[in-house]
Design a protein around this ligand. Structure first.
Ligand code: COA
Ligand code: AMP
Length: 629
């Protein structure tokens, strides 16, 4: 086994040789002509000339190699009180049949398919079926409402949308079908067909000329085989929040994506084929794409698709129950999940009811892992707890403590070291590297390794403007942080107007756009304020139009309803305060960063360009009345 140092040096000495070697772990139907095409910087393409199929590598390959009877996917759903296991052979036949459904709807290579579904096996089957026939899927998180779904439909212009009757949240059913219908009404781009999975107890209305019943379509379908696609062809588009309300369509390829994920399973997560791997996230987020669906299956692991919450389904012991019952070896979730468990069961009483000795390690990502939570998890689980840093854009971790290469000493508050492939630098505003230990903008030297975003869907210019123009030659992560004398990466906070609520990435700008639509609001700001449980939660500040007659309480109620309707419940928007004015620079830019520091009780320098410093005292007075936890 190589050590981290050896692996890092091997990559530095010959990056293309390093990734070509890793690529041998993937089955290709045609070899590449070049490992990396550097002819059109800042656009880089991995493994041009090669052909492959992601679904083949995730499913059929394992059947061909004798793993057909091994469980591939375990659906564990405390909210429906059911567990279902699919072997690789069963998964192959389900995926082939559903690929046949798509083919019967004339979905072919390059067509887009939007998937708006809950955490049920059909969602993973649908993703793999798209990959099987070379269609590009775009999964939209089920917690987003119609307006957000419509934005994604407009951008991706799908031929077909796949959905389900409803999702199940603790204590309530989320009817997806009316949201889907509303989104299609709102969208300029209309899908030709929708295929809707009716869950037990559903009584939804289908539109005759547009909607197909999932099960009936499957019953009629002929299985479809894997179609070779170019390594550089898109596998999926995943929309993520930027600083405005217009989401960014991150495009991931087929070939590089598989190479990176497979390498990560062995070297970062230290897993071996046949083991059970569980990422308790949602397929609507990048963690779900990479580490519920693609990476574990590529690696021949059994993956768990969990439809539940860390608490309340039925209690704070559910994670331990799942680990014991399915013999989970590697577990991955967001720190916020551990914070809610710790709140409900601080002494780990429920853990005493389960035998989790099968567990090798816990990985945390999605937001900063605060040392308290990390240490609590270490004490409770008695296994290594590994914080690692990544983004929707990179698709896999850019900094980690690489278990598969031998664990390095832990420094609490640090995501440990750069992963081979990621040349991480800390830059000042002039793109100069700052000395060790000094904070700056975290950036990654181009070219990015395999698996990272190729571009933004049909918007190369926005890709350049968003990520590549601030520091020429680098990808700007939009995170601030430092690298210390030992080379450890410490990620501090976002530099833009993106916040992280319970591991969910959301745009403050998007919420401001919704609030501004309220007829009484002249201007507003949304701040991501520290929360002991969710990491951050949004707090809105609104200035009323002259003459507007509405109480703060009523406005708050109406704005909460607007945000739930336009963005979705996942925004967790619960607090709005009316203020007389917002602090601004002399050029009129709202000082959101300063207000956020005030809300969090952090020290802040008086901005030199502020038009009237007294406003900050007024804002501090208002924010002092806000309780978020
Ligand atoms: N479909 C529909 N609604 C959803 C949803 C989904 N898939 N996911 C969340 N929501 C709703 C919730 O029901 C909730 O609605 P409410 O305001 O009516 O109660 C709202 O969105 C906020 O949800 P959430 O942020 O999940 O808060 P919560 O209080 O329900 O649960 C946690 C808090 C910490 C238990 C939960 O956020 C969690 O498990 N987080 C793990 C994070 C994670 O997996 N991140 C992915 C990156 S690794
Ligand atoms: P997402 O694109 O939803 O995965 O969110 C990515 C953002 O989450 C990053 O830009 C960081 O701000 C934050 N993040 C993810 N993992 C970590 C981590 N381990 N430490 C600190 N921040 C993290």
């Amino acid at each position: 086994m190589a050590t981290y140092q050896q692996s890092w040096q091997e990559w530095q000495a010959d990056p293309e040789g390093f990734w070509a070697k890793a690529a041998n772990a993937i089955v290709w139907s045609k070899p590449w002509t070049q490992v990396l095409d550097t002819s059109q910087p800042p656009f880089y393409r991995w493994f041009p000339g090669a052909e492959t199929n992601t679904c083949y590598n995730c499913v059929d390959r394992h059947v061909d190699e004798g793993r057909g009877a091994q469980p591939a996917l375990i659906y564990d759903s405390p909210v429906t009180d059911s567990i279902r296991t699919y072997s690789f052979s069963e998964l192959q036949s389900e995926v082939a049949r559903f690929a046949g459904v798509l083919a019967s709807l004339q979905v072919t290579k390059g067509d887009r398919v939007v998937i708006y579904m809950p955490m049920i096996p059909e969602t993973a089957i649908a993703m793999l079926a798209c990959a099987r026939i070379g269609a590009i899927h775009s999964v939209v998180f089920g917690g987003f409402a119609a307006e957000e779904l419509a934005k994604r439909i407009n951008d991706a212009a799908p031929k077909v949308i796949l959905s389900a009757s409803h999702g199940i949240e603790p204590g309530r059913v989320v009817d997806y079908k009316p949201l889907l219908d509303e989104a299609i009404t709102l969208a300029r781009s209309k899908p030709e067909r929708c295929v809707v999975f009716q869950r037990e107890g559903s009584s939804i209305r289908m539109k005759d000329d547009r909607d197909l019943d999932w099960q009936q379509a499957v019953d009629r379908a002929e299985p479809a085989d894997c179609v070779p696609v170019a390594a550089t062809d898109p596998l999926y588009i995943l929309y993520t929040s930027g600083t405005t309300g217009v989401p960014k369509g991150v495009v991931r390829d087929n070939g590089g994506h598989m190479v990176a994920l497979k390498w990560s399973m062995e070297n970062i997560y230290g897993t071996r084929a046949g083991e059970v791997y569980w990422a308790a996230s949602d397929v609507g987020w990048v963690v779900g794409h990479s580490y519920i669906v693609y990476a574990p299956l590529l690696n021949g692991n059994t993956t768990i698709l969990f439809e539940g919450k860390p608490v309340g389904t039925p209690d704070a012991g559910v994670f331990w129950r799942v680990i014991e019952q399915h013999r989970v070896k590697t577990f991955f979730t967001a720190p916020t999940a551990f914070r809610v468990i710790k709140k409900e069961d601080p002494n780990g009483e429920l853990l005493k009811n389960y035998d989790i000795s099968c567990l090798r390690a816990l990985f945390l990502a999605g937001e900063r892992a605060d040392p308290d939570t990390l240490q609590w998890a270490e004490q409770q689980l008695a296994v290594p707890v590994i914080d690692h840093w990544w983004q929707t854009e990179t698709g896999w971790p850019q900094a980690a403590n690489p278990l598969g290469l031998g664990l390095l000493p832990v420094k609490y508050g640090s995501a440990t070291v750069p992963v081979p492939g990621f040349d991480i630098r800390v830059l000042d505003e002039h793109a100069n590297t700052v000395p060790a230990g000094k904070t700056g903008a975290l950036a990654i030297k181009l070219p990015l390794p395999p698996g990272c975003l190729q571009t933004l869907w049909r918007d190369d210019q926005r890709f350049i403007d968003s990520y590549l123009s601030e520091f020429p030659g680098y990808y700007a992560t939009a995170d601030a942080g430092l690298i210390d004398e030992d080379g450890y990466v410490h990620v501090m906070s976002r530099l833009d107007d993106v916040m992280n609520v319970a591991g969910h990435r959301l745009s403050t700008g998007g919420m401001e756009e919704v609030i501004s639509n309220h007829q009484a609001v002249a201007e507003c700001a949304v701040l991501g304020v520290k929360s002991a449980i969710k990491g951050q939660v949004p707090v809105g500040l609104a200035v009323l139009k002259a003459g507007a007659e509405i109480s703060e309480e009523q406005l708050e109620k109406e704005v909460i309803a607007m945000i739930r309707h336009d963005i979705g419940a996942v925004a967790s928007f619960k607090v709005l305060r009316v203020v007389k004015r917002l602090p601004k620079t002399r050029s009129g830019k709202v000082l959101r960063g300063t207000m956020r520091k005030i809300a969090d009780g952090d020290p802040y320098p008086m901005p030199a360009t502020i038009d009237d410093p007294r406003i900050l005292d007024e804002i501090a007075g208002v924010l002092a009345t806000v309780e978020v936890d």
